[in-house]
Design a protein around this ligand. Sequence first.
Ligand code: ATP
Ligand code: MG
Length: 335
Amino acid sequence: MEFTAPPDAKLIADELGKIFGLANFIPCGKADPTLEELKKGIDHELGRRTFVSFAVRAKRGDKNFPVSSQFINEEIGRFVQEKTGAKVNLDHPETTIHIELLENQIFYGFEKIQCLGGLPAGVSGKVMALLSGGIDSPVAAWRMMKRGCEVFFVHFHSAPFASAQSEDKALELAETLAQFQNGGTLISVPFGEIQRQIVAKTPEEYRVLLYRRMMLRIAEALAKKHQCQALVTGECLSQVASQTLSNLTSIEAVATIPVFRPLIGMDKVEVIHQAEKIGTFLISNKPHEDCCSFMIPKHPRTRSRPEDLERLESGLEIDSWVEKGVKESKIFELT
Ligand code: ATP
Ligand code: MG
């Protein structure tokens, strides 16, 4: 056979649909570099498709190809018209036949499949994403991957004070996300004891802010250990009490590396829509005990200043908690 039919678009899309940096692809058949062979290949494909309008778009990858692209457009256009009765429509064709003319072969395809776009995995450097079992943080991590970051994941769990369910969920989420960057690392940190001490030693209304500041400190120590240059969270402006402008500022004050919040300006419905598309929504939606719903205050502060939190932390053993958190963390390699 002097031509090879295009492969099944759906099969390839399942694989290529998870590769960042790829804008689109055309499943192509391959023919020997003559008009006759190209027509045979196209004819074979026409038997499997129906359309009422079409356009032919030929490109000469090899400028020495004996005939011009326009000649091919017209010649194949006439051929397809005769075979199918479909009309040429250059502005809004139902089907576009893409042809690429090379020295030794001709590629031809009938559909251009859109992919994720973005930048290839890892080209922008490494970041550490704080991954809860919730809906937002997986989407935030995914958006950083899309911009070429290699994302490490860190999860804080409250075992033994709450079930270890949140770790299982974080692992399942991280595994799903890892498919977009060909593997990865999840670091799981025991956080229950730190929470217990914050509960015992500080006013209830500040608890969540103090938890978050501790998470950022431990995440930053881990980020440095793994050469990550920034932290990523799923925070979204004013979505909950801990995410007001002043509280975000108070939380971030403990970080010495940038904290990225890719979802900051998104509505929840937009985030959910994205989570559904990347396959994390159903996992996030499973019930679990969030480490911060554990011992959560009834009336959390919606306004705070970093200096108030520093004052509350002055009696806490922050440095040794960070050290202990890093030391007791567990690493999962994702495939
Ligand atoms: P999410 O859906 O990501 O849990 P959320 O809207 O429920 O977000 P919070 O629970 O207030 O918001 O958490 C804000 C951010 O803090 C999360 O997006 C995540 O990046 C981080 N975070 C919260 N809890 C944890 C945790 N247990 N482990 C790791 N990161 C966490
Ligand atoms: Mg949450």
